[in-house]
Design a protein around this ligand. Structure first.
Ligand SMILES: Cc1cc2nc3c(=O)[nH]c(=O)nc-3n(C[C@H](O)[C@H](O)[C@H](O)COP(=O)(O)OP(=O)(O)OC[C@H]3O[C@@H](n4cnc5c(N)ncnc54)[C@H](O)[C@@H]3O)c2cc1C
Length: 424
């Protein structure tokens, strides 16, 4: 196959990049699973926005403090300054955010000094991503291929010319492109307990390791303090931080509070681990009793229903919660236009690292960051567009990919461990 721009992954980052590329280019988007099976669809809490210029300093400081001041200041600045434009774009795509009359209704999450988060019930990600997906499906220049897994890059002399992948039947094909954008999301599938989809296994990182593409902070992995404790296997169900933002409290087995619930995620998660260790327990408790019942039903209908299906009525009783892997702050190193260290190769969304989040992401900054830097990638490709001289027919031996999934997981986990050890 040949295309102008190839995008791997169709969460918010991949879709928004596709929608911001010129309509006279042929764009192919491939995704490992069905299109709605991305973490973007799972985002509950919301998306941050600069409410007005008077909030700039506080928004900047909250992001930097949560990131332990290891954030890239330039990236943080770009993200905050682009946020209002992104929200208007989303609204023009039909995305609905909660309103109070004509004005937006803002919620708050941990480590935010004030409410600045737009939301749609507790399914903000689904609201945003389904509208982007619908728009992408209706564009004549965008072809979406589902159940297609990237297993390799086509590259030589540090220039990327597309990918090799396979369909659901295991047929391998190459897709050549002038530009390739990696938008493969997080790495939760590498961990036993994670809120992420299991098929998100950091495949782009394995390929970056294979071809010496620069990575950054790959040991910066966020643990979310509150996922519903269950003995079942599979993806962990997130209890959004905005539940604590609206007043929910954490309790130990004696019904005592043991931490300020609105501290940054890493601090709250560590406090929970300490409490579990002290008590020898498998979880702590989260009580939503400070939140009015009506507010629970209208703001958190999805959480309410899910907990009910697991046997807990959050309007009447506390629920067991435990921290789980949630987000990847590190990733493929990119510049302010989302360009990687390989020519004609970009990375956007959770798989990329432009340094916005530092060592710990501030709640609801991820959708925003993914959208801001995906648009910047699209605009950069557009303004620098040149045809890649055809390198002739791409040939490959598919047998080399036998057992690649386990091999790639092992490569990434070993690299993370190595990076971790280098700091100790
Ligand atoms: C439960 C949950 C709640 C969250 N809540 C919030 C929130 O309230 N606010 C916020 O800002 N952030 C939140 N986040 C984080 C945010 O949703 C993600 O960081 C963001 O959506 C990532 O978008 P993405 O486009 O980079 O990746 P994703 O949306 O995960 O998409 C990745 C895509 O890559 C594809 N892919 C992966 N590997 C391959 C491969 N080898 N070949 C082909 N395709 C591949 C996948 O199939 C998928 O289409 C939450 C995350 C989770 C899990």
């Amino acid at each position: 196959m040949i295309t102008d721009v190839l995008i791997v992954g169709c969460g918010v980052a991949g879709l928004y990049c596709a929608l911001n590329l010129p309509e006279d280019k042929n764009i192919t988007v491939v995704t490992k699973n069905e299109a709605p099976k991305s973490d973007s669809f799972l985002a509950q809490g919301g998306i941050c926005v600069l409410r007005d210029e008077t909030d700039y300093d506080a928004f900047y400081e909250d992001t930097m403090r949560a990131g332990h001041y290891e954030n890239n200041p330039d990236s943080v600045h770009i993200m905050i300054h682009s946020s209002r434009e992104i929200i208007s774009d989303l609204v023009s795509f039909g995305v609905r955010f909660e309103k109070n009359g004509e004005s937006f209704n803002y919620t708050r999450e941990g480590a935010h000094s004030k409410p600045r988060i737009l939301f749609h019930e507790d399914e903000t990600g689904k609201e945003i991503t389904s509208h982007l997906l619908e728009s992408a499906r209706s564009r004549k220049n965008i072809t979406l291929i589902e159940n297609f897994t990237m297993v390799d890059l086509i590259c030589s002399d540090n220039i990327c010319n597309g990918i090799v992948g396979h369909d659901a039947e295991g047929n391998y094909i190459s897709i050549s492109a002038d530009y390739t954008v990696l938008a493969t999301g997080g790495i939760g599938g590498l961990f036993k307990h994670s809120t992420n989809y299991r098929h998100l296994t950091g495949d782009a990182l394995a390929l970056a390791l294979k071809y010496n593409i620069k990575l950054q902070h790959i040991d910066y992995i966020q643990i979310h303090p509150t996922t519903l404790y269950t003995e079942k296997n599979g993806r962990e169900f997130l209890i959004s931080e905005s539940v604590r933002g609206e007043g929910a409290i954490l309790l130990n087995s004696k019904g005592e509070r043991f931490v300020n619930e609105l501290l940054p995620r890493d601090v709250v998660a560590n406090a929970i681990f300490d409490e579990m260790k002290k008590e020898g327990s498998e979880h702590v408790w989260l009580s939503l009793s400070p939140i009015p019942e009506e507010e629970i039903r209208t703001h958190f209908p999805n959480i309410y229903q899910h907990c009910l299906s697991e046997g807990y009525d959050v309007t009447k009783e506390p629920i067991p919660v435990v921290p789980s892997q949630h987000y990847f702050m590190g990733g493929i190193d990119v510049d302010r236009y989302s360009k990687t260290s390989m020519d004609r190769l970009y990375a956007v969304g959770e798989t990329a690292c432009n340094g916005v989040h530092g060592r710990n992401r501030l709640a609801s900054n991820s959708l925003l960051e993914s959208l801001v830097f995906a648009k910047r990638a699209a605009k950069h490709i557009e303004s620098n567009y040149s045809k890649l001289t055809p390198s002739g027919e791409v040939t490959f031996d598919a047998s080399q990919y036998e057992g690649y999934a386990e091999k790639y997981k092992k490569m990434v986990l070993e690299a993370i461990e190595k990076e971790k050890n280098s700091h100790e």
